[in-house]
Write a protein that binds this ligand. Structure first.
Ligand SMILES: *[C@@H]1O[C@H](CO)[C@@H](O)[C@H](O)[C@H]1NC(C)=O
Ligand SMILES: *[C@@H]1O[C@H](CO)[C@@H](O)[C@H](O)[C@H]1NC(C)=O
Length: 182
């Protein structure tokens, strides 16, 4: 092997190691939802959310109500998952984040970062929908209707606090959906 080839190989190996160490930070995760593929920056969303979760959970006054849990996304079929996620992110962008204005400017940055991340994924999903690769069926419509109905029962700010506190389940789903699928 000549010197230049050796250097190039070493550089590629190093690059591989660096990328392997930070796969989520660098590239995001490719989320496969039926016929639609979108990149989700789960690392950034987690970073914006982690501390906020506890604050929201502490502020939540309606402990017995649940809007979104792991159960909400359980056994969601790949063909329904695209449309489901699109509608759920729209719900967060249009209703939840707009009803909750944190009184501390530091949190405002976090919620606006999260809202922007959601908006960007939602827009990618809209492109799939325009190409007819993202159709809602009865199952996802029913799941979404339940979320909306429970949200309507709460005051807007109370509902928003709860919905943000429960984002953990949605983030976890985006981090793991499709793992182990062949
Ligand atoms: C806000 O986001 C930053 C990172 O962007 C994070 O370090 C911080 O913990 C977050 N604050 C809250 C309250 O979640
Ligand atoms: C923000 O609002 C919450 C609840 O309304 C309150 O408990 C908290 O003290 C407020 N924080 C600041 C910095 O005003």
């Amino acid at each position: 092997m000549d010197t230049r080839a050796f250097q190039r190989t070493t550089a590629l190996l190093l690059l591989g190691l660096i990328t392997a160490g930070h796969p989520l930070q660098a590239a995001g995760r490719l989320l496969l939802l039926g016929d639609c593929a979108v990149t989700v920056h789960t690392y950034e969303m987690r970073r914006d959310f982690t501390e906020m979760r506890q604050i929201m959970v502490n502020e939540d006054k309606h402990i017995s109500t649940r809007l979104i849990s792991k159960q909400t996304m359980k056994e969601l079929q790949p063909l329904e998952s695209c449309c489901f996620l699109k509608q759920l992110l729209s719900f967060y962008v249009e209703r939840v984040f707009s009803s909750y204005v944190p009184n501390q400017s530091q949190f405002r940055r976090n919620t606006s970062n999260l809202a922007n991340s959601f908006l960007s994924i939602r827009n990618d999903l809209l492109k799939c929908q325009e190409e007819m690769r993202c159709e809602c069926g009865a199952d996802s419509e029913a799941r979404l209707a339940t979320i909306h109905a429970n949200y309507e029962k709460l005051e807007p700010r109370d509902g928003a606090v709860k919905a943000i506190g429960e984002l953990d389940s949605l983030l976890e789903w985006m981090e793991t959906y499709g793992d182990g699928r062949k």
